[in-house]
Design a protein around this ligand. Structure first.
Ligand SMILES: Nc1ncnc2c1ncn2[C@@H]1O[C@H](COP(=O)(O)OP(=O)(O)O)[C@@H](O)[C@H]1O
Ligand SMILES: N[C@@H](CC(=O)OP(=O)(O)O)C(=O)O
Length: 460
């Protein structure tokens, strides 16, 4: 049995859904289908999840949501009409959205999550209805019916381990297809929680592990994971095979084609992931596997950049001798719900790289005051506007000259990295550069990886 997930780009229109249904029909083992909400029909279009976010904001502001509800439903009506389905399907969704606007929630974040989850909830029902209409043995199955429960905050939920016990009891009926909405499930109290954006990939991975899939197929709008983001580098090299840890690092650092958190369940279960293209389903796509034969691959597998980081720099004599210095600092950050991404340090200096989304001006002021009071640094500075650049490859260890060559390539492009972290991960080199230079850094390192490495015939 295969779990097969379709992203918003694969479900944006009736014509796209027709391709999806063709793909499902081609292989009787494609029995567990995970769907996202309809995505963009053109580059200037708005994803249904974002329309729902706007709807939630209107409800919170006490505005009349009727017009926005119709804008959202029009996306589903378009698909319904493409297949000549009866109007009662969308009417059912209309009533559901209206009820949602009147319900009460434990807090603003819960309300937003409940609305944003509807994109997937409604789409899975529509997709199942279309498939049934076309004579297929398909049915909608909710995350609740599967026994998936979540913990954590709305927008950053995590799967409860008990979910896997429940999923193990679920048998997919012989010859049938189940259609499951991605991106959300419920907590123990029955509130809707969502995963981070792009989180339908996570639902697919949880189902692949919990239901014991042979393969997790992830269909999107590109045929491969490329060695660099195709929006940054024109026609980058396609990657045939990636290891789990290569993909984790690259997805974390900007390869948005697959969610970084989505790898964890499949890693735990040892299930391979196949990234494939709904618009070119015969292309074999990229396989993400536990290991690969490094000799047959590039030393640099990929290079990615992620914007939106701030550094907290501290100078304090004898950090290395002061027992518990870092512990005190981490406790202060924890007090304000702030985690860190990287923390290079020296005998008298420490730089903590933090995701900007966690920091408001008020939180920064409070952290500054606490650090000054408890740690007494000689210097404290917030350095905003960083991007992280990750150079990743299982074969990096075999090329000790690579760091020097990367630095030369960056210097030639006029880019000066402020932090370099190699060794923390065996397969990755992390650099920070100013946000405005992130794309140029990716291009410079990518060009280097093409110039000095001979592409094996199998690699495209
Ligand atoms: N290294 C990469 N290889 C392929 N695609 C990438 C890469 N980095 C970023 N992307 C982007 O990811 C997109 C697919 O992800 P996403 O838009 O989330 O699709 P979906 O709607 O199918 O979930 C591609 O269209 C591409 O622009
Ligand atoms: N619809 C959600 C979840 C998701 O995974 O979407 P997509 O598959 O289109 O990236 C989002 O926009 O974040």
């Amino acid at each position: 049995m295969k779990v097969i997930k379709f992203g918003g780009s694969s479900l944006a229109t009736g014509a796209q859904l027709e391709k999806v249904i063709h793909i499902i029909r081609q292989d009787p083992t494609r029995q567990v289908v995970v769907v996202s909400a309809p995505g963009k029909r053109s580059p200037s279009d708005v994803k249904v999840t974002d329309l729902l976010k706007q709807l939630a904001d209107q409800v919170l502001a006490g505005q009349d949501p009727a017009a926005q509800i119709e804008v959202i439903l029009a996306r589903y009506t378009e698909i319904q009409h493409y297949f000549g389905l009866a109007d009662d399907v969308v009417e059912h969704l209309r009533q559901h959205l209206k009820r949602l606007a009147k319900a009460t929630y434990p807090g603003v974040a819960y309300l937003k999550a409940a609305f944003m989850a509807q994109g997937e909830h409604m789409n899975a029902q529509l997709v199942a209805a279309v498939m049934t209409h076309l004579g297929m043995n398909a049915r909608f199955v909710s995350p609740k019916a599967l026994g998936i429960t979540l913990t954590g905050k709305p927008g950053a939920a995590q799967v409860n381990e008990d979910s896997y016990t429940a999923l193990a009891q679920f048998a997919v009926p012989e010859g049938a297809v189940i259609v499951v909405p991605g991106f959300y499930a419920y907590d123990e109290a029955g509130n809707v929680l969502t995963f981070p954006r792009g989180g339908s990939d996570i639902t697919g991975s949880i189902l692949a592990k919990g239901l014991g899939a042979d393969l997790y197929e992830n269909f999107t709008d590109v045929s491969w994971v490329y060695a660099a983001d195709p929006r940054i580098v024109a026609q980058p090299r396609a990657i045939n095979t990636l290891t789990y840890r290569e993909m984790r690092e690259l997805a974390y650092a900007g390869f948005s084609v697959f969610n970084d958190e989505a790898l964890i369940p499949v890693i735990e279960a040892g299930i391979r992931v196949n990234i494939k293209n709904t618009n070119a389903p015969d292309d074999p796509g990229t396989i993400i596997a536990p290991t690969k034969n490094v000799q047959h691959h590039h030393h640099i597998t990929g290079v990615a950049a992620k914007k939106g980081f701030t550094a907290l720099y501290l100078h304090h004599y004898l950090i290395n001798q002061e027992v518990g210095f870092t512990l005190k600092l981490l406790k202060i950050l924890a007090q304000y719900g702030v985690s860190y991404e990287h923390m290079p340090s020296g005998i008298d200096d420490l730089t903590m790289i933090i995701d900007e989304n966690q920091l408001t001006p008020q939180i920064k002021d409070q952290i500054t005051a606490e650090v000054r009071a408890q740690i007494h640094p000689d210097e404290l500075e917030w350095l905003p506007d960083f991007a992280i650049v990750m150079v990743v490859g299982e074969g990096l260890y075999a090329r000790p000259d690579l760091v020097a060559r990367i630095m030369v390539a960056l210097a030639d492009a006029g880019i000066e990295p402020s932090v370099i972290n190699q060794g923390a991960s065996k397969i990755g080199l992390m650099l920070t550069v100013p946000t405005a230079r992130a794309a140029a850094a990716v291009r410079a390192i990518y060009a280097l990886s093409c110039r000095r490495q001979t592409a094996p015939a199998a690699e495209r």
